[in-house]
Design a protein around this ligand. Structure first.
Ligand SMILES: NC(=O)C1=CN([C@@H]2O[C@H](COP(=O)(O)OP(=O)(O)OC[C@H]3O[C@@H](n4cnc5c(N)ncnc54)[C@H](O)[C@@H]3O)[C@@H](O)[C@H]2O)C=CC1
Ligand SMILES: O=C(O)C1=N[C@H](C(=O)O)C[C@H](O)C1
Length: 274
């Protein structure tokens, strides 16, 4: 990662585009991908936004600076996203990040970088679909009331990571809620197991990943207690489902300095989904 110093952005704070009503200048990385190309189209179609750069793999990140982007939308791959986002932060550019791979240590390093970058905002959004954000919030809310909880995430087979970022985030919030309530671990008498049969253990929650041609992005949270189960399911049937969340992020992040994790706050939800 290049170690360039932060560049002051005189067009940012008082009198910047978010305050003057001028169009927000948006750059997209991963513009050649499934999500990036949809985001490019969505930004182009939004009257209050202006697409100023669309970068593909191997394009020079300096283009974002030369284009005087206000907000970067990153939709690349887990191996690239950290470097790209730190580059934006160092240059005083806000970022809306949909790419997966933001584990706790990466988030901590980003928080540190943002502390030094006065006024810059970054949204890390594990899922931009409103229904998915709500489903995760509902699951976190329900988690303490049931003996058992497991997650099944189902995606298209071109996805490079498993489990999904959404499932990892859901598992973390479910685990937090159960810890806070003193709920014990999900009961499980398994003694012999074919490798992977019980899924991945994410923060004490079993997560099962399905990859199937024909699917886009889907998740079920299964909760169970004696005599009853509750299933919270969300389906993204088309990448159009993600675009309102991307645009909400672009419009909201300039006024949200520091790190925002999840679209919840921009939707007016707190972490418990209220
Ligand atoms: N937060 C959300 O709601 C959603 C997040 N995602 C996530 O977004 C990411 C992208 O997903 P897809 O578009 O399906 O993948 P994709 O593989 O279709 O697109 C990724 C693109 O990024 C490009 N790329 C890689 N490194 C780059 C770099 N350094 N600079 C510029 N471009 C670079 C690749 O060449 C590729 O075109 C994944 O991490 C996925 O999990 C996907 C859907 C929704
Ligand atoms: O790769 C995808 O497609 C998706 N990735 C994100 C994730 O890993 O959670 C969001 C959504 O599930 C689609």
């Amino acid at each position: 990662m290049a170690d360039t110093p932060a560049v002051p952005r005189p067009d940012r704070a008082p009198g910047g585009p978010e305050e003057t009503g001028s169009r927000i200048r948006v750059a997209v990385t991963g513009a050649g991908g499934r999500m990036g190309s949809a985001a490019v189209d969505a930004v182009r179609a939004a009257p209050d936004l202006e697409l100023v750069a669309a970068l593909r793999r191997d394009d020079d990140l300096e283009q974002i600076v030369r284009a005087r982007a206000d907000v970067l939308v990153d939709l690349t791959v887990p191996e690239s996203t950290e470097e790209i986002v730190h580059f934006a932060v160092r240059h005083g550019i806000h970022a809306v990040v949909g790419t997966t791979g933001w584990d706790d240590s990466r988030l901590a390093a980003l928080r540190d970088a943002l502390t030094a970058a006065d006024g810059v905002g970054v949204l890390i959004a594990p899922n931009f679909a409103v229904g998915s954000v709500l489903a995760t919030a509902f699951a976190a809310k329900a988690a303490r009331f049931f003996d058992s909880v497991e997650i099944i995430e189902l995606h298209h087979p071109d996805k490079v990571d498993a489990p999904s970022g959404t499932a990892a985030r859901t598992a973390a919030l479910v685990a937090d809620a159960r810890r806070a309530a003193g709920t014990g671990p999900s009961p499980d008498a398994t003694r012999t197991e074919a490798p992977g049969a019980r899924g991945a253990d994410v923060d004490g929650v079993r997560v099962h990943s399905v990859r199937l041609r024909g699917l886009v992005a889907h998740q079920e949270v299964l909760l169970g207690s004696p005599g009853e189960t509750l299933t919270i399911r969300h389906d993204s049937l088309d990448r159009a489902s993600f675009m309102p969340g991307v645009l909400l992020g672009v419009r909201s992040v300039p006024a949200a300095p520091g790190l925002t994790h999840g679209l919840d706050a921009f939707l007016g939800l707190d972490e418990a989904g209220r």
